[in-house]
Design a protein around this ligand. Structure first.
Ligand SMILES: *[C@@H]1O[C@H](CO)[C@@H](O)[C@H](O)[C@H]1NC(C)=O
Ligand SMILES: *[C@@H]1O[C@H](CO)[C@@H](O)[C@H](O)[C@H]1NC(C)=O
Ligand SMILES: *[C@@H]1O[C@H](CO)[C@@H](O)[C@H](O)[C@H]1NC(C)=O
Ligand SMILES: *[C@@H]1O[C@H](CO)[C@@H](O)[C@H](O)[C@H]1NC(C)=O
Length: 363
């Protein structure tokens, strides 16, 4: 009878099918994912709520794009610099920054720290960093959009905290000042007038924006071919330094962005890990798309890329610290001399403190 011939075949087909189904559900647990870690959804939702609060609380918020001329009659005077520190280790240069701010009227600045909660980081119990660690900091990792999120979280916290914050300068624990606070303040508030940004002489942001980098194409496809489209065509993709100074309207622009973030929050492909530096692209791309003329296109933070290894710039060690180095690092080909520099190993603190008053803070 036909059924006795048929049944073994039917049975094996059924067996095959069921094992395929089992494989389908179990495979993801055994086959490693093709992408680097992505941002957990709860973190993303936390951030969205924080960003929304920061935008709504802004004195210039009228439910539309921020005005680039921060001269609304209802706003308090904008006069402070917000120093934003993004760190995943101890703030080794805290004593140098103490010296930088020493004697400065506290009406002229605020400090905010985003510290990776998965690392044991010392919270100072006195001094300028005391109680300046923001709530809701989250883990950060290289080669992931978590560094963008952390920077945006710092910006939102600073926007919310004080409507007088006018400039938002971002640093890592490896950054140092190259000039006095007075000099930095004068550069940002008095020398910095953008005559090209007519009709108003508004302040500019200082952020590097580079279009012609040989590695740009590799970095553009780090998340896969064509995934950045249609929001970010290749010819609008930019690279720049991760450390910059933004005006308040630009900081709001960054915290408000949802469109570019949708693309930049995607994790890179594991196979493209060498080209994964989201934080070096997100900010320059966003600002060059939304307000290129409001940006200097260069940074005020000196980085030495000569002889860089694994995407890390040259790290200065104690033997290299000298008055001559400080003077060399200040030299810039742009309008203003460099105000800050990275990257310094923690043991540079002593030699830096030795020349702090006589060289670094003497303009
Ligand atoms: C930070 O400093 C504290 C002591 O002040 C130390 O216990 C801790 O291990 C340090 N953390 C790191 C990441 O080095
Ligand atoms: C902008 O600055 C220039 C030079 O300092 C000055 O001549 C001009 O009047 C200013 N324009 C406005 C709108 O303030
Ligand atoms: C930059 O780093 C290189 C070593 O990688 C060093 O030789 C050079 O002196 C540094 N430049 C400055 C201005 O410090
Ligand atoms: C300034 O420009 C010169 C000539 O192009 C270059 O050699 C030098 O490295 C530049 N300096 C800085 C700080 O970028």
């Amino acid at each position: 009878m036909s059924s006795t011939i048929c049944s073994p075949i039917v049975l094996s087909i059924l067996l095959l099918l069921s094992s395929l189904i089992v494989l389908y559900f179990l495979a993801p647990r055994f086959i490693p994912p093709k992408t680097l870690p992505s941002i957990p959804l709860p973190d993303e939702l936390d951030d969205l709520a924080l960003f929304r609060r920061a935008i709504l609380a802004d004195p210039n918020n009228q439910g539309q794009l921020p005005s680039l001329t921060s001269s609304s009659s209802h706003s308090p005077p904008l006069k402070k610099i917000a120093f934003l520190f993004l760190t995943n280790s101890n703030l080794s240069f805290a004593p140098l920054w103490e010296r930088f701010f020493h004697g400065t009227n506290s009406d002229l600045y605020n400090i905010y720290v985003h510290a990776d909660p998965t690392v044991q980081i010392h919270h100072p119990s006195s001094g300028i960093f005391f109680r300046r660690f923001i709530q809701g900091s989250k883990a950060t990792q290289r080669a992931s959009p978590t560094l963008i999120s952390a920077a945006r979280r710092l910006m939102a916290a600073a926007l919310l905290d004080d409507p007088s914050n006018a400039f938002f300068a971002i640093f890592s624990q490896h950054c140092i000042p190259l000039h006095s606070f007075r000099f930095v303040y004068k550069t940002l508030f008095f020398f910095n007038r953008n005559r090209h940004h007519s009709p108003h002489n508004t302040s500019r942001s200082f952020i590097e924006i580079i279009a012609d980098d040989p590695l740009l194409r590799d970095r553009y496809v780090a998340r896969g071919d064509n995934v950045m489209m249609p929001e970010i065509p290749f010819d609008r993709f930019r690279v720049g330094s991760q450390f910059f100074v933004l005006t308040r309207p630009h900081t709001i622009m960054v915290v408000r962005d949802r469109i570019l973030w949708r693309k930049f929050r995607m994790p890179c492909l594991k196979a493209k890990a060498d080209s994964c530096y989201p934080e070096e692209h997100y900010f320059p791309t966003l600002l060059s798309m939304q307000d290129p003329k409001g940006c200097s296109q260069y940074t005020l933070t000196r980085v030495n890329w000569t002889g860089s290894v694994n995407g890390h710039p040259h790290t200065y060690h104690p033997g290299e610290i000298s008055p001559k180095l400080v003077k060399n690092l200040r030299k810039s080909n742009s309008t203003y001399s460099y105000l800050f520099a990275r990257k310094f190993s923690p043991d540079c603190l002593r030699p830096l403190l030795r020349i702090a008053d006589s060289i670094i803070f003497r303009d």
